[in-house]
Write a protein that binds this ligand. Structure first.
Ligand code: F6R
Length: 357
């Protein structure tokens, strides 16, 4: 039920701080340590390479998950678009573990990969919001996202839930391997939850920015580097699917290799800057497009901000920034679609779960 909300999407954006808290609860045991199926721990420990398989928004969550697993647990990870993997399987390592990320658990492209990898005898773990779903039943292990039903076609709370669960999984695997981490994901997710709340409390601000950026535009660019590059890809997908504005999420440094030719007077370019090591360089990329007439908007993280930034995000752990930087992006898309009188919850040509290949 939508309750007092005009759209499920807005309700689901607002639910994100609670979903994160729910995940903390569900994955915390009595001693405040991580509670996770022992068999999943073993499977992670045993694997020499992880293959994340997903589509759309879940694929974007997988890109972030790769950073967690590689940086924290020191296991190499490849992230693949399910529909490509099916027909172009890469060389596999000796002991692969397949992780399927799927809100619905019914995505046919992902299922087709699971059928193939099972036939090869490889273990599979599904991260899903629907535990009884096909991908969950057919995999060896399941991690539940606990996001509650997601009704709007555009995925929001499932994406942040996927990233939160991937962070917990990565840390658990690191600990299982005896890696000593100072990063406590449950505590850091608590900080994320509060940060998300301060963002969902500032909707007028994002409504205003959406109006300024997208009122008359036919296209838009999002740029970021490192972690932010993954989030801008999700930001662009969100804008495209509900507002029908053609958008692209680009690596900041890659623009000058061709795409910058598309920048004209007034082209909207939204940049995210949450990573200390690339803060300087992404700002250089913003100047490059501004000098060519782009209408720029910088969303930065506290501690890295400039006076001219349009919005400053509350500070969270550098690894977990996608969980907060995506919230303004979701809201910008929502308001862009609203102003254009699009059907926010049921965009054209799309279905909630894609059960055909
Ligand atoms: C975008 C969106 C889709 C899904 C994709 C995968 O907002 O909803 O891109 O993320 O179809 O769906 P699941 O996660 O159910 O496998």
């Amino acid at each position: 039920e939508k309750g007092t909300y005009p759209h499920f999407m807005l309700k689901e954006i607002d639910e994100q701080p609670f979903v994160i808290r729910k995940i903390i609860q569900e994955y915390q045991d009595k001693n405040d340590t991580i509670k996770l199926d022992k068999d999943i721990r073993k499977a992670m420990k045993k694997s020499d390479r992880i293959y994340i398989i997903a589509a759309g928004t879940s694929y974007h969550a997988g890109l972030v998950g790769k950073q967690f697993i590689e940086q924290l647990a020191n296991i190499p990870v490849e992230v693949h678009i399910a529909s490509e993997f099916s027909y172009n399987m890469p060389l596999l390592s000796e002991n692969p573990l397949f992780i399927f990320i799927s809100q619905s658990g019914e995505t046919a492209d992902s299922r087709s990969v699971l059928v193939q990898t099972k036939a090869l005898g490889h273990p599979a773990l599904t991260l899903t919001n629907v535990p009884g779903s096909t991908l969950s039943r057919e995999a060896d292990y399941t991690l539940h996202l606990h996001a509650g039903p997601e009704i709007a076609v555009a995925s929001t709370k499932a994406y942040t839930a996927q990233i939160a669960v991937l962070a917990i999984l990565a840390v658990d695997s690191a600990r299982a391997k005896g890696i000593d981490l100072s990063f406590d994901p449950l505590q850091e997710l608590g900080i994320v939850s509060s940060a998300m709340e301060t963002l969902t409390d500032q909707k007028e601000e994002f409504e205003r920015i959406a109006k300024e950026m997208f009122e008359t535009s036919r296209n838009a660019f999002y740029i970021g580097r490192g972690m932010d590059y993954f989030v801008v890809q999700e930001a662009a997908l969100k804008l495209k699917e509900i507002s029908y504005i053609q958008a692209e999420g680009f690596a900041g440094g890659e623009l000058k290799h061709g795409t910058i030719a598309l920048i004209e007077d007034g082209t909207p370019v939204i940049a995210i800057s949450t990573q200390g090591n690339v803060n300087f360089s992404i700002r250089g990329n913003v100047q490059e497009v501004a000098a060519r007439g782009a209408n720029t908007c910088v969303v930065s993280m506290k501690g890295l901000e400039n006076d001219s930034d349009q919005f400053v995000l509350p500070q969270v752990h550098e690894l977990l920034t996608p969980l907060v930087s995506v919230v303004p992006m979701q809201l910008l898309s929502y308001y862009a679609a609203l102003h254009r009188e699009c059907d926010v919850d049921k965009p054209r040509n799309l279905a909630k779960s894609v059960t055909v290949e």
